[in-house]
Design a binder for this molecule. Structure first.
Ligand code: NAD
Ligand code: TYD
Length: 349
């Protein structure tokens, strides 16, 4: 089986590529990535020489190139993770999100239809999406697979749009598709623009920790390798046309999570417990900031027997240690454009 994984040089994609390359030596894994600021082939150094792995540098917005790649390799399945993924960047530059997340997804769907024609048996287009498409929850309740879409940021609106297009291709053309919507991921190799790696990086460098608003927003955190295992399970489920919510049963108010991170980093660095909490700074809230996300993952548990393996204690501790042990990786990704991004994003707050 030839499997195309898009966005494989990014955070979640690199964990999915690693899992598939190592677990399924008889599959050919093609990682297609544009290598934006978020894509880093160093995330895959341990698998790059494996005989069942290849890398293709391509932009999913470039329709002609995407069709050439599909014509050449005739993939049997696509796991689509390539996306612009950071909400704050979508607020400053929404068009990039609309191009990659909406048009890019449509190009991949069209290319899949083109090479599969009427022979769709055994084929699969698996679209990886987010719980942010459902909008925001109040203090109670959880997102299920039937919660109506109500996105608020340009990022979540672009992901919602791509989900609708994927479903439309299933219903209209019979394209064999599956979608999963996951909660916030954390773990090694996440770009330090997202909350957890950003704050570990800032504590290490004694920089302020910019908490949006009052820090009362709630997110449901899942360890990235648990997400990769869920993607493996859903990919092999053959539940065409279905949607699965994936979540960690692990809700944290931002400020509580940040306090926990401060303790863990202080402990790992041998600093007095609580010392890094002095870096916490409350800054102007994010526009349209969703209050709470929480996933009801009953369907994937009951139908596919998946649940997270990592606990808060093991997952958060491992993650902190990974960033402290991989300073070179952090230095590498925070060189270049990062400084400019940081100033634009935080100096005005
Ligand atoms: P990421 O930003 O770390 O990685 C995205 C990857 O896509 C990068 O390697 C980048 O180079 C590539 N890419 C971007 N634009 C491209 C283009 N035009 N053509 C080809 N490649 C392109 O993102 P992530 O956090 O790993 O998220 C992966 C997927 O999972 C996304 O679809 C995202 O919406 C979804 N998701 C993420 C989370 C999360 O918490 N990070 C949660 C749920 C769902
Ligand atoms: P983030 O990691 O950007 O994920 P998402 O917005 O997709 O949930 O942010 C997680 C939460 O942390 C979110 O409520 C916004 C908040 N946050 C801050 O308070 N400060 C920051 O500097 C960042 C990046 C996020």
């Amino acid at each position: 089986m030839k499997i195309l994984i898009t966005g494989g040089a990014g955070f979640i994609g690199s964990h999915v590529v690693r899992l598939f390359v190592n677990k399924y030596p008889h599959y050919q894994i093609y990682n297609l990535d544009k290598l934006t600021y978020a894509g880093n082939l160093k995330n895959l150094i341990d698998v790059e020489d494996k005989p069942n792995y290849s890398f293709i540098k391509a932009d999913i917005v470039d329709e002609t190139h995407i069709f050439e790649v599909f014509n050449e390799h005739k993939f049997d399945a696509v796991i689509h993770l390539a996306a612009e993924s950071h909400v704050d960047r979508s607020i400053t530059n929404p068009n990039e999100f609309i191009m990659t997340n909406v048009i890019g997804t449509a190009n991949l769907l069209n290319a899949s239809r083109h090479i599969w024609g009427d022979k769709m048996d055994g084929k699969l287009f698996y679209h990886i999406s987010t719980d942010e498409v459902y909008g925001t929850l109040g203090d109670t309740g959880m997102f299920t697979e039937t919660t109506p879409y109500d996105p608020h940021s340009p990022y979540s609106a672009s992901k919602a749009s791509s989900d609708h297009i994927v479903r439309a291709y299933h219903d209209t053309y019979g394209l064999p598709t599956i979608i999963s919507n996951c909660s916030n991921n954390y773990g090694p190799n996440q770009f330090p623009e997202k909350l957890i790696p950003l704050f570990i990086h800032n504590i290490r460098n004694k920089k302020s920790l910019p908490v949006y608003g009052k820090g009362e927003n709630v997110r449901d955190w899942l360890y990235v390798e648990d997400h990769a295992r869920a993607i493996d399970v859903v990919f092999h489920s053959n539940k065409l046309g279905e949607t699965y919510n994936i979540g960690g049963h692990n809700e944290w108010k931002n400020i509580d999570l940040i306090n926990k991170l401060c303790d863990l980093v202080d402990d790992a660095l041998g600093q007095p417990t609580g010392s890094s909490k002095e870096l916490i700074t409350f800054v102007k809230d994010r526009a349209g900031h969703d209050l709470r996300y929480a996933i009801d993952a009953t369907k994937i548990k009951n139908e596919l027997d998946w649940e997270p393996q990592e606990t808060v204690e093991t997952g958060f501790r491992k993650t902190v240690q990974w960033y402290l042990d991989n300073q070179e990786w952090l230095d590498d990704v925070t060189s270049g454009d990062y400084q400019g991004y940081y100033e634009q994003q935080y100096d005005k707050r």
